[in-house]
Write a protein that binds this ligand. Structure first.
Ligand SMILES: Cc1ncc(COP(=O)(O)O)c(C=O)c1O
Length: 432
């Protein structure tokens, strides 16, 4: 960093870069040796498909139950499959509505269409980016059947208020904890507070099978209904309350069971989750500390009494008055030139052709009835363009978010240099 009195030139204007330390994250996401051994064992045993929840799938489900503290865990082939199963199990069907945030990955919402129901988009809280219970309350109608709560970027939603609201109005609570493996709300693991927890185990998630998912619940009937939808061959003995014993092994045939190789991979990572979360929590706290007094930068702190988990990415906000003066693209470019691995937030309008979900053509102008399938509610859908609902907090916050990797094992010097890059750019915005 330049000393007081020295002229400071941003790297984007040809000055020296702030970030020169080794950016390698020494935390290997995939413990290759262990995974090879686990998959090799499955190959030797000839277990390349397991339909009944035994073997590594059963072992993983036991481990996930222990993590979330639920009676049941049901491994699937994607997080999207868990959400479809959850909505189906909760009775989301034609003529019903589901309250959900717009600020999320589209897969939190599209399975509502798979049940021919209607998503109703709600605003978020500015300090946690999670669904705002006050807006949820305003949007409850006699048709509301369920709510989708996304613990986005590992931030925990306001579960006391959401559960009170849901119980009062008899709504099922589906927790999309795809970013929040191991996060806790007042000591209780997320995914075990609402009626069903849904976890993606895809890609770079904190627990990843490459492509997989797992749903959790305490309710044997909800468990049975999820098995019914997607798990042919799981068998009556494995079912919760025996609700569908009369149909034996049969299912509705959405083939949602996972590949055992994927679950073997996820199982190796599940064992390392506590350590991963410890490292990420520490590094997020370090970065937040470094950025807290940087002019124009807003940090996201954990909700009081809650522990973040999973993370996926670390997020920071640019203050409104700054974002109005200096476009976020320019701040992003200046930070990147300094060597800081920072990007504009990807759920915001910037990165996808559809923009924020509540303004996306799929939910506004596109006539889904023209597809001839079941992806709309025939009782209430007109096929006419819909005026997007206004979500002031979502629309404001999303134009001001920056993200960086959820660092696990990088050097303190590297984090310090990223902090320096923010300070340098934000105190010399006239150069961006
Ligand atoms: C919040 C959220 N929900 C659901 C999903 C869907 O999970 P999958 O990609 O495993 O189907 C994702 C995946 O990124 C996600 O981020």
């Amino acid at each position: 960093m330049a000393k007081v009195g020295e002229d400071v030139k941003l790297a984007i204007c040809g000055g020296p870069k702030c970030v020169t330390a080794d950016p390698t994250d020494r935390w290997a996401m995939i413990p290759a040796g262990e995974v090879k051994a686990a998959i090799g064992a499955l190959l030797e045993e000839g277990k390349i498909t397991i339909a009944d929840g035994s073997g590594v799938v059963g072992e993983f489900e036991e481990g996930f139950k222990a993590l979330v503290g639920t009676r049941y865990a049901l491994a699937m082939n994607s997080g999207t499959a868990t959400l479809h199963s959850a909505y189906f199990a909760a009775g989301v069907s034609p003529g019903t509505e589901v309250l959900a945030p717009s600020y999320t990955w589209h897969a939190s919402i599209t399975p509502i269409l798979h049940c021919s129901a209607t998503p109703v988009f709600c605003d978020i809280e500015p300090d946690t980016l999670t669904i705002d219970p006050r807006d949820m309350e305003r949007k409850i109608t006699p048709k509301t059947r369920a709510v989708c709560v996304v613990h986005v970027w590992g931030n925990v939603a306001d579960m006391d208020r959401i559960m009170a609201l849901a119980r009062k109005h008899k709504l099922a609570v589906i927790e999309d904890a795809s970013h929040a493996h191991g996060a806790k709300y007042k000591g209780r693991p997320v995914g075990g507070i609402g009626d069903i927890g849904c976890f993606s185990l895809q890609g770079v998630k904190a627990v990843s099978g490459g492509e997989a998912g797992v749903a959790t619940t305490n309710d044997p009937v909800l468990f049975d209904r999820m098995v019914l939808l997607g798990h042919f061959g799981r068998g009556p003995k494995r079912q919760g309350a025996g609700t569908f014993d009369s149909i034996g092994d049969m299912s509705l045939g959405a083939k949602y069971r996972p590949h055992p190789f994927a679950i073997a991979l996820a199982n190796c990572q599940l064992k390392r989750l506590t350590e991963l979360n410890r490292l990420r929590a520490r590094n997020y706290a370090v970065l937040n500390e470094l950025l807290r007094d940087v002019p124009g930068i807003e940090t996201f702190e954990p909700r009081p009494g809650c522990e973040r988990g999973g993370y996926l990415e670390f997020k920071f906000g640019v203050a409104r008055e700054i974002a109005d003066q200096a476009p976020l693209e320019k701040i992003e470019a200046a930070l990147q030139a300094e060597g800081a691995p920072v990007q504009k937030d990807r759920y915001s309008s910037f990165n996808y052709t559809y923009g924020l979900l509540h303004t996306a053509p799929l939910f506004t102008t596109f006539d889904r009835a023209s597809l001839g399938g079941c992806f709309y509610d025939p009782k209430s859908y007109t096929g006419k363009p819909v005026t997007p609902v206004k979500l002031p907090v979502t629309e404001d916050v999303c134009t001001r978010l920056l993200g960086t990797y959820a660092f696990a094992d990088v050097s303190p010097e590297y984090l310090k240099q990223i902090g320096n890059a923010f300070r340098k750019v934000m105190t010399h915005l006239e150069q961006v």
